[in-house]
Write a protein that binds this ligand. Sequence first.
Ligand SMILES: Nc1ncnc2c1ncn2[C@@H]1O[C@H](COP(=O)(O)OP(=O)(O)OP(=O)(O)O)[C@@H](O)[C@H]1O
Length: 315
Amino acid sequence: MGRKEREERRKEQAKLRRRAEKHMGKRSSQETREIDDLEARIAAGAPPPGTNPLALDAPAAGSGAYAGARTFEELPLSAATRAALKQAKFTQLTAIQRAALPHALAGRDVLGAAKTGSGKTLCFLIPGGWSQISWGPAHSSGSGGARGPLVELLFRRRWGKLDGLGALVLTPTRELAMQIFDELVKVGRRHEISAGLLIGGKKVSEEATRVASLNVLIATPGRLLQHMDETPGFDASGLQMLVLDEADRILDLGFAATLDAIIANLPRARQTLLFSATQTKSVRDLARLSLDHPDNHMVGPQQNRPGHSWTGPGK
Ligand SMILES: Nc1ncnc2c1ncn2[C@@H]1O[C@H](COP(=O)(O)OP(=O)(O)OP(=O)(O)O)[C@@H](O)[C@H]1O
């Protein structure tokens, strides 16, 4: 390449860099305004702890309160998440979503009574929050700019690719993990986060190569503990959110000791969402171990006051 060509190339690269910086600056100031607005709406409108949003027919008019919301539009969600929900044709909240999302969005721990098929997956996928991520099983190279829906928390915290593991979802079976992953892709397609599955069926070493670069892990407990023990560079020290999905089934499958070991390795300052169809003694023990003041955080259609026992909701 001659001197003139090199000079032209250098100028072209400088032009592209200036354009990218301008775009990033614009984007980040728009994002900052949006995040500030969401934080303000949540601070002003969050339901008091321990109250049941299902007891309300609608949000109190003119108050800024969002408990009682019946549609996703009424909740303080980022524009990217609202657009993805619309694209997936999700408009009305199911009962468990009406009960859990207002508290979860406010950053509170949640102990949710939710049966299979009640729509609980969106209760935990939405409250997180991200930016800049790619998607794919930990054992694949799958990617493709999307911003995820455990989205809101990490989005508001400006979580990015270099921030490491931000959210962990534990679920009893591979099939459930894959369903959750599909749902995450659906509602997170406009955010950019890296999400992966740790579910076995592949060599641990294959999963291990990508694990350190993922922001969201959806995992079965045995496989996750194996990575915690064996994968160099596995680091959960920045974890913002832990989700225990179908906790009663996880315990029925004999994973109590595995869960205890996982939780002992996670930072305490995090948000935890625990969903279970039944409230057995072992679920209550797990709630005590993993949640901050679990009695204040029970949600579900049967919930009327803190400490009230619950049963699973229908749709
Ligand atoms: N608000 C909603 N509007 C319309 N469809 C929804 C809504 N929330 C969830 N769904 C759909 O309902 C189905 C069941 O939801 P989901 O998988 O969250 O239930 P679940 O309680 O997690 O059950 P599972 O235990 O099988 O995962 C999914 O296909 C999901 O896409």
